[in-house]
Design a protein around this ligand. Structure first.
Ligand code: FES
Length: 290
């Protein structure tokens, strides 16, 4: 017979296991939700990602208790669940605010002003990366590319897009969030709290009246490729100014050199958006001509 390290009073410097369970009433409620989620998949372990969102919706972050719950429900080890929960950055590992404000500081957003936005927000809020304001409202973090480079620099709040931001518009945004004012993203439904967002990501319907219809659609800049594929008007071509003039010998045709104003994705400064310009209230983004 062997004795455990805890019986011998030996600390291995690792979290004590098992984690405490949820109170009975919370566990019963979560088990009912979990059964609904698991039933959507042919293999129960495939439900791990939405279940992690479910426990995140309960506590605002993924705790050891939440991971133990997921492991129990799915017949996995806590090590397996921990490996997944720590791999994906959408799962928070410590308490967070009602609004997770993510500033994209990946290459394109960074050069278009994302770095400046992140710096100014840290100073404005008095928090660093991954930290939460004292009122528990805003958690600030820098995030990687969110595939919205055509609207750089981008800020996300609870995974909703705020396009073409500036340091001033971003500061106005966090001030509005902390003051409890209604805030609408450039694209997508009006904001809800981080816990509410996590429950939607777990696969439960957004019950807010009209929220689904507010989902929006791809913006004009994102649809340029689609329009080209359909044979619609081609945007101006980007040609390096040192190419030696407007004549393309290979094609034997005149090449048009667009000015920055003509080129769809060129602009010298971040453009106004529904979020950055209070004079233009947010609404669903429609394709040109609609
Ligand atoms: S670099 Fe920011 S969205 Fe792609």
């Amino acid at each position: 017979m062997t004795t455990s390290s805890s019986e011998r009073g030996v600390s291995l410097g690792m979290p004590e296991l098992p984690a405490p369970g949820y109170p009975d009433d919370v566990r019963a409620r979560l088990e009912a939700d979990a059964r609904e989620v698991v039933a959507r998949y042919p293999d129960s372990r495939s439900a791990l990602l939405p279940l992690l969102h479910l426990v995140q919706a309960e506590e605002g972050h993924v705790t050891r208790t939440g991971m133990r719950f997921c492991a129990d429900v799915l017949g996995l080890t806590t090590a397996e669940v921990t490996a997944v929960a720590t791999f994906y950055t959408m799962y928070r590992r410590k308490p967070s605010g009602d609004y997770q404000v993510g500033v994209c500081t990946n290459t394109l957003c960074a050069v278009m002003g994302g770095d400046a936005i992140f710096e100014e927000l840290q100073e404005h809020l008095g928090v660093g990366n991954g930290e939460t304001t004292g009122d528990g409202k805003v958690t600030l973090e820098h995030i990687e590319c969110n595939a919205a480079c055509d609207y750089a620099p981008v800020v996300m709040v609870n995974w909703e897009f705020f396009d073409n931001q500036t340091p001033d518009s971003a500061k106005r945004l966090v001030d509005d969030l902390r003051a409890g004012r209604d805030v609408a993203p450039t694209r997508g439904a009006r904001l809800c709290t981080f816990k509410e967002t996590a429950r939607i990501l777990a696969g439960f319907p957004d019950e807010r009246p009209g929220a689904v219809e507010e989902g929006g659609s791809a913006g004009a800049a994102s649809l340029v490729g689609l329009r080209l594929a359909k044979g619609e008007a081609a945007p101006a071509r980007v040609v390096h100014p040192r190419d030696g003039g407007p004549h393309d010998e290979q094609q034997d045709r005149t090449v048009h050199h667009p000015s920055p104003a003509e080129h769809l994705s060129s602009h010298d400064a971040p453009q106004d958006s529904s979020a950055s310009d209070p004079a233009h209230p947010a609404g669903p983004v429609a394709e040109e001509g609609e």
